[in-house]
Structure formats: C-alpha cells, structure tokens
Write a protein that binds this ligand. Structure first.
Ligand code: AHR
Length: 512
C-alpha cells in the first residue's frame, strides 16, 4: 500500500469540519490470495458470563433457548457466518480437564476457575455442549487443549473421544454418553500462552513438550487434525524463532496474541469515557499489530519459505477496564464506536497477510473483552463490533485485491503514525467487488476517489456505521444507538467512484 505523508499535526488541534481527500486505485485482475474465512474466527472462554448466561442458560431456563443455548444469541450469531469458534480458553484451557465436563450433569465435579475471579465452574457446559453449539452455528470447532496441567494421555484421549468412529475405548465412552457419531474436529491447540498462564515455560522446553503432546494427537478414521502450537505474545520474536527452529513442520499452525491495550499494570482506561487523543492513540496501537505480524512472518519465512506453517492470531481485540459494578475478573466491558474502528482497521489489515495469516479469533464472543454481544439476564444487545463483523463478512473466501492508497497520515500520542483512511478490497466468486473503508478522522469528511481500472461499474450498494459521538454504544435501554444504515454518499462519476465519507465512519461498498 502506498501512502502519502502530508501534515504532521496533533489531531485534536485540527480545524472542525474541514475536508480531506484520498485516492484509491484497486487492481481487480491482480488478486492471487483468497481471504481465508477463518480470519473471521471467534473465541469463547469459560470466563463466567461468556458461557454461562451468555451462550448457555441450560434447557430448564426461563430464557428462551434451544437445548440450553439462548435463542436470541444464537439468532444474532448465525448472521455473522462464524467460520470457527475457539474453546475452552485462553488461560482456562490449561486448567481444564475435559472428563469433568462429560456424562450426567449431576455427576460432573465442580472446580475453581482460578484464572477468572475464582468463580465455581460446575462443568455443565462441556465437550458435547460445545461441539453441538458449533453444529448449530455451522462453524468449525477449535479445541484448545491442556498442556500446562494436563497429561499427554488426557489430551490423546480427548481427541479419541471426539473423533474416533470405531470400537475404541473413548468412542465407547462417548456412546455411553448418548453420542453415537464422532464429531469432525480439525483445529486443535496444543496449549495456550505456554510462556505465561499456560505453564510459564521457556520456548525451548515448550517446543519439546509440543512435539511430545502433538505426537499422540492421532488422526482417527479420516479426521485430519490441524495442530496449532502455542505462540508468542506481541513482540516476543524469540518465541517464534525457537518454535520455528525446533518444531518447524511438526506444527500446522503457530499462534500469536496481540491486544489493543494500554499496558498490563494498573488501569487500562475506561471503555466508554475517553477523549479524542485516547481515540487516536487506540487507532495507533491497533495498527501497530501490522509491524508485529510482519516481524513474526519474517522469522517464519526464514524457516518455512513455502509457507506451510500458518500464523494464527488466535486472540486479539481491545482490553479496557471492567465495567464498574461487574464482577472482578470477568472482563466484562462495554463496546463503543471506537471498538468498531479497531475491528474494522484490524480486519482490513489482516487481509493483506492472508498468504500466511489464515486464522484470527477476536476475544471474545459474548460478554468478555471486545465482544459481539452483551447480555444481562434475559436482555441482549449486539455491539458496534458485531456490526463490523456482519458488514465485513462479504470478504470471507473472496480474492484479496491489491490496491494503492494515497491519504493523509497523522502523528498521534507515542509518536505513532496513523493513516486517516483504512481500506480493503476483494472480489468474490460472482465477480462482485467489495470494499470496506474507515474514515478515522473524528471531524473531517474524506472525499475519496476510487479507480477500479478495467472493472466497469454499473451499480453500487453501500452501508455505513457511524454515530453522533465516538463514545456511543448500545445499551439494554437503547440497543440500536449504533447500527448500520444505508449509505448514499457513493456516486459513479466518469467511470470512477466518488465516495464522501463522513467523519468517524465505516462503510462497506458492493460494486457490480
Ligand atoms: O482473553 C482473555 C485472556 O487473555 C486469555 O484467557 C489468555 O489467553 C489471554 O491472556
């Protein structure tokens, strides 16, 4: 992407209601890589209300449900075309013993959820409940298995329990638990954050453990596992180097975690009370992931030039202070237009690395961190981030189109450079081009000229997500304050598109 560096001024001193201009040139015939649908993956951890009360209320609940899953949440999630769902953690995964979560509910032992508020986990949501949820959502399960406090035998038996069709001991146990057919499970994570909550290991030690555990994760009866090693946090390039060197082709995927967060100590800032400077800082921190991705990919390229090992960003998103009044350790946070921008900017840039980066999982799906949905008893609301995933789903499995972008770049707090426009383009199997654009500027419109070269533009349909204030968010009292509407600011002029992007707006264009 080519960008033009113009004025370097502090954002909040910019004149109100001025206008920016940008140019985009898309190359509709030069796309080679498909945007893996798994870039649009999700994550559900046993972090109290993500599972209990969020996805699952149990079949006896007064809240309308299908076999225990909330109907309102199911209906909303189905509209996102979710490709995969990672479970049961996160940090929880390395204390989870799957056998505690099968069989009659009354016999399932309870445990303390040490990572997340010390809540008592009753194991009423276990393997069957998760895999059946994936079936209802039409997504692929991604099992994150326990290395930190679990045995090789335990992991091996879990794989057998889920996927063996034959007369094996674990398949028999599954049948005793009233599930005859094996499930299809492709994605399996061998540990999570093994450098931290997953065992505080050194990369050399974890690399050897990975090799050992992964050996016994067998492919039963035609089920082909895709084995994912626990990867680095943010800027820990040494972890990636050691894993690539010592594990290499024994893994199919290597994970990476990156949160848009102010830091791990002290306050992370309010999810809803922030000013323009905070807003722009957030955009800068979010975009910094591009440099992080590039550096990890560079290391992977040295050891694996054929790109056989996939990079999986299986945790990302914003991390703010917990909502006042909510339970400490449950990571329940609100979600404003600012979070929608983080989702939009992130997805737009992930598309560029789809030859190596083939899966990402925003953290987390319901009631935790940058969630899609918030619930409170019987009430449910979808967040601005949800709307981005719904608007951007058109890119799933489409061919990523290269483009040139000329736009203003500003310097924000911490000397981060932020292009004022974010854009991505793709072409689907029917030849329809989709563009997703985000005008980051809080005050100025951006007059965009879009050149689609040989693509003859006949019709344009578009939707926009914006709000009166950057702090706007959906509440149970006002659930539709931030939602997409039809956009009328794109016009065909002399074979090009002129798009008048309002301040702080995110637009999806369908161009035929
Ligand atoms: O998503 C919340 C937590 O963040 C996960 O449990 C852990 O993997 C990460 O540190």
């Amino acid at each position: 992407m080519r960008t033009r560096l113009l004025t370097l001024c502090v954002m909040i001193s910019l004149p109100l209601f001025a206008q920016r201009n940008s140019q985009i040139r898309v190359y509709p015939d030069r796309g080679t890589e498909e945007i893996s649908r798994h870039i649009y993956g999700h994550f559900a951890e046993h972090l109290e209300s993500c599972i209990y009360g969020g996805l699952w209320v149990g079949p006896d609940s007064d809240i309308p449900n299908t076999q225990g899953y909330r109907n309102d949440v199911l209906d909303a999630l189905k509209k996102l075309q979710i490709p995969n769902l990672r479970w049961p953690g996160g940090c929880f995964a390395d204390e989870y013993h799957w056998m505690d979560g099968i069989g009659p509910k009354e016999n399932r032992p309870k445990m303390v959820n040490n990572n997340w508020g010390g809540t008592i986990e009753d194991n009423s949501f276990g393997t069957h409940e998760f895999l059946n949820l994936c079936k209802l959502l039409g997504c692929e399960p991604y099992i994150s298995a326990n290395v930190g406090s679990g045995t090789v035998e335990e992991m091996a038996k879990w794989v057998e329990y889920m996927t063996s069709k034959g007369d094996s001991p674990m398949a028999r146990l599954r049948r005793q638990n009233r599930r005859d057919q094996a499930w299809k499970v492709k994605f399996i994570g061998v540990g999570n954050e093994s450098w931290g909550c997953g065992g505080s290991m050194r990369p050399e030690y974890y690399a050897d453990l990975y090799r050992r555990y992964a050996t016994y994760c067998r492919n039963y009866d035609g089920n082909q596992l895709f084995k994912i090693a626990s990867g680095a946090s943010d800027y820990d390039y040494d972890w990636t180097e050691v894993l690539m060197k010592n594990v290499g082709g024994r893994m199919d995927g290597l994970s990476l975690h990156y949160y848009t967060v102010t830091g791990w100590e002290g306050s992370k800032g309010s999810a809803t009370q922030f000013n323009a400077e905070d807003f722009y800082w957030t955009m800068g921190k979010c975009l910094e992931i591009e440099d992080v991705i590039r550096k990890h990919i560079h290391i992977m390229d040295q050891y694996d030039p054929q790109k056989k090992v996939t990079l999986m960003l299986d945790e990302w998103g914003t991390w703010w202070d917990e909502e006042p009044g909510t339970i400490n350790g449950h990571l329940y946070q609100q979600n404003t237009l600012r979070d929608a921008f983080v989702a939009a900017l992130s997805l737009n840039l992930f598309h560029k690395y789809t030859d190596r980066l083939k899966m990402t999982n925003i953290a987390q799906i319901v009631n935790v961190l940058q969630s899609m949905i918030l619930t409170n008893g019987p009430q449910m609301v979808v967040t601005p981030s949800y709307h981005i995933f719904e608007m951007f789903k058109v890119h799933q499995d489409a061919i990523h189109l290269p483009l040139d972008l000329v736009c203003d770049i500003e310097t924000v707090r911490d000397n981060r450079k932020v292009p004022m426009l974010s854009v991505s383009a793709s072409k689907n199997k029917e030849g329809v081009i989709h563009l997703t654009l985000a005008n980051i500027d809080l005050n100025q419109t951006n007059e965009v000229t879009l050149d689609l070269q040989s693509h003859k533009i006949t019709t344009v349909n578009s939707r926009i997500l914006t709000a009166a204030s950057m702090n706007d968010h959906n509440t149970f009292e006002n659930p539709e304050l931030v939602k997409p509407t039809t956009f009328h600011g794109a016009k065909i002029e002399k074979g090009q598109l002129k798009i008048n992007l309002p301040p702080k707006s995110i637009v999806v264009l369908e161009v035929k």
